[in-house]
Design a protein. Sequence first.
Length: 468
Amino acid sequence: MVVTRFAPSPTGYLHIGGLRTALFSWLWARKNGGNFLLRIEDTDMKRNSEDAMKAILEAFDWVGLDYDAEVVYQSKRFGLYAEYIERLLEEGKAYRCYMGKDELDALRQEQMARGERPRYDGRYRDFDGTPPEGVQPVIRIKAPLEGEIVFSDGIKGEIRIAATEVDDFIIARSDGTPTYNFVVAIDDALMGLTDVIRGDDHLYNTPKQLVVYEALGFTPPRFYHVPMINNEEGRKLSKRDGALDVMEYRKMGYLPEALLNFLVRLGWSRGDQEIFSIEEMLEYFDPSNINKSASSYNLDKLVWLNGHYINNTTNERLASLLKEDFDMDISGHDRVEFLLDATKTRSKTLVELRDNIELIIESPEEYDPKAFKKAFKGEAHEILADFARRLQSYEGELHLPTEYHRVMEEFVKEREIGFGKIGQPLRVALLGRMTGPGMDEVMAILGVRESVERISRLLSRLEELKAQ
RNA sequence: GGCCCCUUCAUCUAGCGGUUAGGAUUCCAGGUUUUCAUCCUGGCCACAGGAGUUCGAGUCUCCUAGGGGUCACCA
């Protein structure tokens, strides 16, 4: 049985790095038919963990990650932690330290001045005298004095930290509340974690947590420390690096499967494969194949993946995504299929898709001057007028793009002109610009009537200009 | 600064002692197309540096440099 977890602190929202470790943990649990648990590290009590959890679950829901059992809030388990603190105190594995904050700071200053590593000096470790008056003690755990703490990381291999690097760290503050490294170890053990997949930045917490495991007689899980994701400058990805809230990606028009695919390939790979469905991720993912080095995220690849997924998503789903996320309801349009077929290959995001659709279904208000000028040289005006008449004669008979295409073909053949001669003027008339989907597709979407109308509008505009 | 981790094209990466160092994205060129996009073809671009070990090193060892992480009564 594999049990993994995602244990964020309540900082407000889920960012891209968090989602990646969550994805890794989720994949590993689901792949092995195990459990994926959620816990919120809110021993600090300063932030609103309910709202933070809500934001995280919203993001999970969007990308399709689910979890088992109930969310564990550490703030609701203080009684439990207190029992363990008491036990360690009784067993002499932890002790009260009466050193005040100021005193501690002074000690650190001294050590730094001497070029030493700042650490607690253990002065109350074996204290049995009379405690100073009026000082609320903190509780410290006895860390080993010598030797080294060794553990095998599933990604980095064997990690050895000298015991002198780990001091008797505080497990309970003077107000009695427990601290992070203490409760993490307890909860991971109690929740039955077998595999802890977390960020690289926790590597140094591991020896501390191992001290707790040892003191309490718990069996540690297997650890996997996933390298960080850096920003494009190669620096640590911070929350200020722009739109890093996972939900921002939704607003920018990314598909959840594209985002997940992008993230899973950051630090993990399987040969040359770039595209992974969730099923494939579940089939192939293994945390021990995760890279040792940090990666930096680069939007180009995500954009490309998103384009790929949009291109390969059914029109039905695209229509419903546009409705849900971008307030565009095209379900009433009688040529939805043609409309999406014509626009999806030209869109890298749903935002672009929406814009491209708008460009077609809304009659052009004005014409791109450059395109206009370029398209209407020579006899273009006359050709277009002629084509409009031809089109009109087919009203009610044309439906498919191929049928419109045949009309165009016939037309250029009779007039002995190239496709470009009619294509460009027509495009400006229908779309107002010189780029866009094929004219047969556009006409099939608009229908004969609307197409002719748009042509007429341009033609009369042309007359106006001539009159001036 | 101490300790720990990391280092293959601009970016994501393959490589697990013998390869013309592969793929993808970006960029460039060509093809397809009535235009644009998609798509297809091709091109540019990398083993951080230096010592070893070895018949042979991107792959193993050490050193240097660079990057990152961490050193709280935060998590």
